[in-house]
Design a protein around this ligand. Structure first.
Ligand code: IVH
Length: 693
């Protein structure tokens, strides 16, 4: 029988293939097939298992998700206790730690340490028997934890089966941290907030709350990750003699290990690692609360042993907390581009994770009421990564007498138009539209922003100034600006005025997609704008479109369709659009710009690495576009990498590409190649064919 006809064989084949792709996607962050190809494999396996239920095994990829809810968590003892770490807070304390160890070991030379990020998550123990995951447990009190196998199995980066052919011990208990990425956390909370549901105070609570769901199907929907940092019980024999080498072994067995871990020499190496990582703390995709130093040699670790609940061979070095207490001085209401009224707490200045915070968002009035924040309250404030600082909670025990409640707004604080709260919506909005100076300011800022018309040098402050001084009254007025009108403005020299006029002039040449996005129609983000441009091909066709036509566009639902129609039916909007076109805003016909076919794209058949952030699209969009052109998108740079696309804040991948001589594209060059505006590439730079510009 061939595998095509033998379901057992095919099932085994599919499981192996899917596991390989899971590893590439979740652990290596380097998928080798598209989502749709993966889905097809998964569907095929599922269908075969439905037809042959007797062939279903616990470790099948289909069994990750959808286990039945449990009644309660079962307590399980840890074979070896799950210990904690002692903390240090400054360089002297780390030096004392190093001295202590050297003394015990009687060593005068520098010790080798492994320095690791201290992930702020939930410690888990994962047990493999003969390479198959058999149990996942929480730390609990260190001696006894709770079994959460069904919940933990839904985390994609935890392999259900160790990679075949590798020499793992028959019994292997790894330990590590389950966590939620900042992006996942924000997405989850944003959604919960929009639906008026419970939000989590921080990613750590979100990870804990997600794992504590009795129904694993709920856990499966939460964006959780995992990273191994140590070992529990194991059958002796095949494990290496240093911690660093053991981590390498874990990687070979398909387990996820942080890419930030380094082997360092002596205490100076430790301190330097902490300094370097602290500089990048804001850019890491997850939250860390410090770093951990571990003696690398296992022989030394054994000699050092433990003191009460912590090992003597390891220590945590804690960074300043990302949450601090301060007092609410007042609450202002900000008016966003779409009129959303957002309460913002003005705070007594406080240092949070190294930055002085004076304002923090309360997100919306429903949340303000739920948290019951009043003026004068002591509150806990949080900032992490690039996320806007937010008020997490009130310290009710510290509430002063006479703390003032904040009333719901009935009018816009800027233009005095009535505030409205559409049925079923959480957000209260100003009904003033572009009559509201605040909405107008935000609309102009959006119009000028990089992803929209990309007017270089027209930042938020300048937009405020232009509107406040009456130099412009709408977006079309930008194209009527002349140099003499700008010169009297604060800090506006001859040269900067000229640069601004030139940048505005240059922005007239745009694309239909950018133009549509820049209009700031609610629910029309970059992707929708692109789909609309592709679907309707001209502004005239879009402006004349019926609801049906609009809803026939990919990604456009009834809400977006209604907003688009409303926008173009409004006389003042039609006038601004017409003015913009009369003033020279133009774009090439969409029809004349077919997307480059696979064979003509310089990306076809190449491996491309994306690093840093792009302004024109998200990373997953960039990945999808590249894959559509037949490129392979990879997570790490090697000599075989065809291109590295370096966005803003590109990091070590860019440095590596430079050292290997790999072709590097900045965002502009990348966009040009994607759109097919240029096809010629040299290995050291990209060439743009001048005739196309
Ligand atoms: S080692 C015996 N390494 O921090 C060694 N722990 O404050 C125990 N943690 O319970 C842990 N990142 O949950 C270690 N790279 C790392 C860590 C780490 C986070 C957590 C772990 C532990 C807690 C101690």
């Amino acid at each position: 029988m061939t595998s095509a006809t033998d379901p057992n064989k095919r099932i085994t084949q599919l499981r192996t293939t899917i596991r390989k792709h899971d590893h590439a996607y979740y652990v290596l962050d380097n998928p080798t097939i598209s989502d749709s190809e993966y889905d097809a494999l998964f569907k095929e396996l599922n269908a075969l298992e439905v037809a042959h239920p007797e062939l279903i095994t616990k470790d099948s990829p289909t069994q990750r998700v959808g286990g039945a809810p449990i009644d309660a968590f079962v307590k399980v003892p840890h074979e070896l206790p799950m210990l904690s770490l002692d903390n240090t807070f400054d360089d002297q304390e780390v030096e004392a730690f190093d001295q202590r160890i050297k003394k015990v070991l009687g060593s005068h030379s520098e010790l080798e340490y492994v320095a690791e990020p201290k992930l702020d998550g939930i410690a888990l123990s994962i047990l493999y028997q003969d390479g198959v995951l058999v149990r996942i447990a929480t730390r609990g009190d260190g001696r006894t934890g709770e079994e959460i196998t069904a919940q933990g199995k839904t985390i994609g980066s935890i392999p259900q089966v160790l990679l075949a052919g590798s020499n793992y011990p028959p019994l292997l208990e790894v330990r590590g941290e389950a966590f939620m990425t900042l992006e996942g956390f924000q997405r989850f909370n944003d959604e919960a907030r929009a639906n008026g549901e419970k939000v989590f105070a921080n990613p750590r609570n979100a990870a804990a709350g997600s794992l504590r769901q009795l129904d694993p199907r709920i856990t499966a929907k939460r964006p959780l990750s995992f990273s191994v940092h140590g070992l529990g019980a194991f059958t002796p024999g095949s494990l290496a003699d240093t911690h660093a080498e053991r981590l390498e072994q874990f990687k070979h067995w398909g387990l996820p290990v942080s890419a930030e871990i380094r082997t360092v020499q002596g205490v100076q190496g430790c301190l330097e690692y902490a300094r370097q990582l602290a500089l990048r703390r804001d850019q890491l995709p997850y939250e860390i609360d410090g770093v951990v130093y571990k003696v690398n040699s296992m022989a030394f670790q054994e000699r050092l042993g433990f003191v009460s609940r912590a090992p003597r061979w390891a220590v945590a070095y804690k960074y300043p907390a990302s949450e601090q207490l301060t007092r609410v001085l007042s609450v202002d209401v900000q008016v966003g581009r779409t009129g959303a009224l957002t309460p913002v707490a003005r705070l007594e200045p406080v240092m949070v994770a190294g930055v002085t915070v004076t304002n923090a968002t309360l997100h919306n009035f429903q949340e303000l009421q739920r948290k019951d924040v009043r003026i004068g309250d002591q509150v806990s404030v949080r900032r992490a990564g690039d996320v806007i600082p937010e008020v997490v909670r009130v310290v009710f025990d510290e509430r002063p007498e006479g703390a003032t409640q904040i009333p719901l707004p009935s009018r816009c604080p800027i233009c005095d138009s009535p505030a409205i709260q559409p049925e079923g919506e959480v957000i209260i909005r100003c009904s003033g539209g572009l009559v509201c100076p605040s909405q107008l300011k935000e609309a102009v800022k959006h119009f000028a922003s990089r992803r929209a018309m990309n007017i270089d040098g027209l930042g938020d402050k300048l937009v405020n100034l232009l509107l406040d001084k009456g130099k412009i009254r709408d977006i079309a007025d930008l194209y009527r600006l002349e140099k003499p009108a700008l010169l009297p403005l604060e800090r506006m020299g001859d040269k900067s005025a000229e640069n601004l006029i030139n940048a505005i002039r240059k922005s007239r040449q745009t694309t239909l997609a950018r133009f549509l996005f820049s209009l700031g129609i609610r629910e029309v983000g970059q992707t929708t704008a692109r789909n609309l441009a592709r679907h309707f091909k001209s502004l005239e066709a879009l402006m004349a479109a019926s609801m049906e036509d609009l809803e026939g566009t990919p990604d456009v639902g009834p809400v977006a369709a209604t907003n688009i129609r409303r926008f173009f039916l409004e006389e003042s909007n039609r006038k601004v659009v017409q003015d913009l076109r009369n003033l020279g805003v133009q774009w090439p016909d969409v029809a004349e710009q077919p997307p480059p076919s696979e064979s003509t794209s310089p990306f076809t058949g190449k491996t491309v690495v994306l690093t840093g952030s792009l302004t024109n699209m998200t990373r997953s969009e960039a990945r999808a576009r590249l894959e559509a052109l037949g490129a392979k998108v990879s997570g790490s740079v090697s000599k075989r990498t065809g291109f590295v696309v370096a966005g803003e804040k590109a990091g070590s991948k860019l440095t590596k590409a430079e050292s290997l001589g790999v072709a590097i594209l900045d965002e502009e060059a990348f966009m040009a190649l994607l759109s097919g505006r240029t096809t010629e590439v040299r290995s050291d730079s990209i060439q743009i064919q001048p005739s196309l510009f």
